[in-house]
Design a protein around this ligand. Sequence first.
Ligand SMILES: [Zn+2]
Length: 273
Amino acid sequence: MIIDSHAHIFTDDMIEHKDRYCDDKQFALLYYGKAKIANVTLLMDSMQNNGVDASVALGFTWQKNEYARRHNEYMAMVQERHKGKVYAFGAIALDTDIYQQIKNIKQIGLYGIGEVAFYVNGFTEEEETIVSNILAIAGDMELPVCLHVNEPVGHIYTGKYTTDMQRLYALLSQYTNTAVICSHWGGGLLFYELMPEVKKSLQHVYYDSAATPFLYSDNIYSIAIAICGKEKILFGSDFPLLDYSRYNNSIQLLGENAQWIADKNMKKLLRLL
Ligand SMILES: [Zn+2]
């Protein structure tokens, strides 16, 4: 079985009137112009074409509460309509009370929170407070959090910003009851799990493979497994940026480990096991 842990979908209205939603700075920064966004129909088509059994549909980190609210309504609706195929995470708005938003995400039956990202401001002190709140509340409500983390070196691309590893590590070490998925291999955070105390502090942290073909050589899979263990790595595509076809070879090469990365670990996070 293959579960894609990192796919992005938006409402039909957001697709049809993409430019209208660009009055939200976070959305505009990532999607203004030609950048592709998809709805659940496109996601289901891609899953069918690629033999993907289920996807975690991620929301977005909006500036505006109204957009996050609409997004979450859609997520609840598609999850209900595609039971067992779509497991949705809730969108968050930066300008609104975090507790109320997460409470609502839990109430409407979504499976987690994210992808939490700070495209406009980067990961500064203010954002640190927001992440801290999210991790604390999500932990209490038993919801996993998907956090966008970029590698601090290498080429620049849309949506890339620097996350202070020291701050991120301190936050993650503090909220050990919250399952956190650090996207894009945690921007390299996983390499520090070679340090025994870091490994111990990050037992609740997972890393996904989203956008790997654009970022790393395929060796990253076996190296990450060797460092963190197969139980902490998740296959995620970053659909519609990329789909499963770009990962199939790398996943197949993992042999017995493949079932953990492409299935079991996410099932555990979704509490399906
Ligand atoms: Zn991301």
